[in-house]
Design a protein around this ligand. Structure first.
Ligand code: MG
Length: 168
């Protein structure tokens, strides 16, 4: 059986991951209305990854005989000024999620819940990947500046992204 504290914290993280899903979906929706279809696809794939994270916790809670409680998800932003602004938002969001996972890890340590610690290890490494891929895009977009040619090339490469989750 899982402790009430951990159960509550994991339910909160399900909501955080779904908020992240919705936020990326909002970015994708905006990008679909621009010529940047590659970035739109990248964000849509990212959204799907976040939904996957939520479901991973959903399944884990059930495996531990915890009770899943779904809460309301905030309305996401759907207006942006540029691909750079969007990827900067994405990076800031990932840094925030890393903080959430770190806090969960700390809580599991305090509660001596070793299975949850092991479970969260995957998320810690996933966040390393998430921050890196967002940072890489921000760096590229800064380099491209106002060059439409460079932006379209980066967009095209982003469109070739296939889900790259680290091994479970
Ligand atoms: Mg996530």
């Amino acid at each position: 059986m899982i402790s009430k504290k951990i159960e509550e914290a994991l339910n909160h993280q399900i909501n955080n991951e779904l908020a992240s899903y919705y936020s990326y979906l909002g970015m994708s929706a905006f990008l679909e209305s621009t010529p940047y279809k590659g970035f739109a696809g990248w964000m849509r794939m990212q959204a799907e990854e976040e939904q996957g994270h939520a479901m991973k916790i959903f399944d884990y809670l059930n495996d531990r005989s915890g009770k899943v409680v779904l809460k309301a998800v905030l309305q996401p932003q759907t207006d942006f000024s540029s691909p750079l602004e969007i990827f900067e938002n994405s990076l800031a969001q990932e840094i925030e999620v890393t903080g959430q996972i770190n806090e969960l890890f700390q809580l599991a340590q305090d509660e001596k819940d070793f299975a949850t610690l092991e479970f969260l290890g995957w998320f810690l490494m996933e966040q390393v990947e998430e921050e890196k891929s967002a940072q890489d895009m921000v760096d590229l977009l800064k380099l491209a500046g106002d060059s439409v040619e460079a932006l379209l090339r980066i967009d095209s490469e982003a469109g070739q992204r296939s889900t790259a989750e680290p091994e479970a």
